[in-house]
Ligand binder design. Structure first.
Ligand SMILES: Nc1ncnc2c1ncn2[C@@H]1O[C@H](COP(=O)(O)OP(=O)(O)OP(=O)(O)O)[C@@H](O)[C@H]1O
Length: 311
């Protein structure tokens, strides 16, 4: 097992009548951002707390670099975590807060200045944290997670409270940390951010992983090789594409939709058959569509479908 890997296997946990985890299993790999998504109550925070040894599982294992977190000698040099936007002492400056954390871990003041710079807090580092915005507190929390220069990072909702500029920064920052070979587990309810940031996705629902797969793979599977073609020769297009195994349906006077053939093959078949076409668009599902489909039966709370208003 790599030093930058989390392996969660068959975690179960109950809180009285609530089954918080019910066989949660997945792997977080080095060099990749793994998005951790799922409806409220799906068990994401509980899983992260179990990985960090803050909650005990009733069954199953959570290994960090091959060991349970609690048996790591210098845990913060293995895993950095942002669980809630940190609430440092309001009267303490960000730099003093980090110096205090660094001291407790036997880390140098040089690391403190390095992580402040990495998260872009240098101009505010000597200001009291009590006046920080939520976005700044998120940056401070990430600086704290990076102090031990860990190969694994676990971030709960890092996009929370970030303004659009902050979101763009966060996306690039998470990608750059993964590019350095670190393993990142990032929980979020913002599907568009996950789609733009994550390589892999663990979808949690009712205490287990409903999917643990590549983002591109999930989107391709949900997109179903559907291609829309605009053509003045609809019957010819239908014949050529049908003969190659595509299921073709007319969707407008000069458009057809083909399923079962990738877009480049559709283009090649039409060109080879001398069928004129002016537009060819591959249907691409969004991660939000993939997510809603996967979690349809797993959401703990769901608004009733609105019924038609009485006239
Ligand atoms: N300390 C606790 N005591 C009792 N029940 C708990 C406790 N922590 C979590 N639970 C319950 O366990 C289930 C899983 O909760 P968890 O917070 O792990 O979900 P989540 O996926 O992180 O949700 P959210 O997206 O809302 O943060 C929920 O039903 C929750 O109410």
């Amino acid at each position: 097992m790599s030093a930058a890997e989390i392996v969660v296997t068959g975690l179960h946990k109950r809180y009285r009548a609530t089954r918080a985890l019910d066989g949660m299993s997945f792997t977080v790999r080095p060099g990749l951002v793994t998005g951790f998504v799922g409806p409220n109550g799906a068990g994401k925070s509980t899983t992260m707390r179990v990985i960090l040894g803050l909650a005990a599982a009733d069954a199953g294992t959570a290994l960090v670099a091959g060991k349970p977190y609690r048996s790591l000698r210098h845990p913060l040099r293995h895993v950095g975590a942002l669980l809630d936007a940190v609430a440092p002492h309001p009267g303490r400056t960000a730099r003093n807060h980090l110096l205090w954390l660094a001291h407790a871990q036997g880390l140098s003041a040089r690391r403190v200045d390095r992580v402040i710079e990495q998260v872009g807090l240098t101009p505010a580092a000597r200001r009291k944290a009590g006046g920080y915005s939520l976005g700044m507190r998120q940056r401070l929390g990430i600086a704290a997670a990076l102090l031990g220069d860990p190969p694994i990072l676990m971030l709960d909702e890092p996009f929370n409270g970030m303004d659009p500029g902050g979101i763009v920064w966060m996306r690039g920052f998470l990608r750059s940390l993964a590019a350095e070979g670190r393993a990142l587990l990032v929980s979020s309810h913002l599907m568009s951010e996950v789609q733009d940031t994550a390589d892999r996705l663990v979808v949690a629902g009712r205490g287990r992983a409903l999917a643990d797969a590549g983002v591109a793979e999930l989107i391709a599977a949900a997109s179903g090789n559907r291609v829309a073609v605009r053509t003045t020769a609809r019957p010819d297009a239908t014949r050529v594409l049908g003969r190659a195994g595509g299921a073709v349906s007319a969707t407008g006077p000069d458009t057809v939709t083909v399923s079962g053939l990738p877009a480049d093959r559709v283009a090649a078949l039409l060109t080879h058959g001398a069928v004129p076409f002016s537009e060819l668009t591959a249907h691409r599902a969004t991660l939000e569509e993939v997510y809603l489909e996967l979690t349809r039966d797993a959401a703990e709370f769901r608004a009733a479908t609105p019924t038609e208003a009485p006239r």
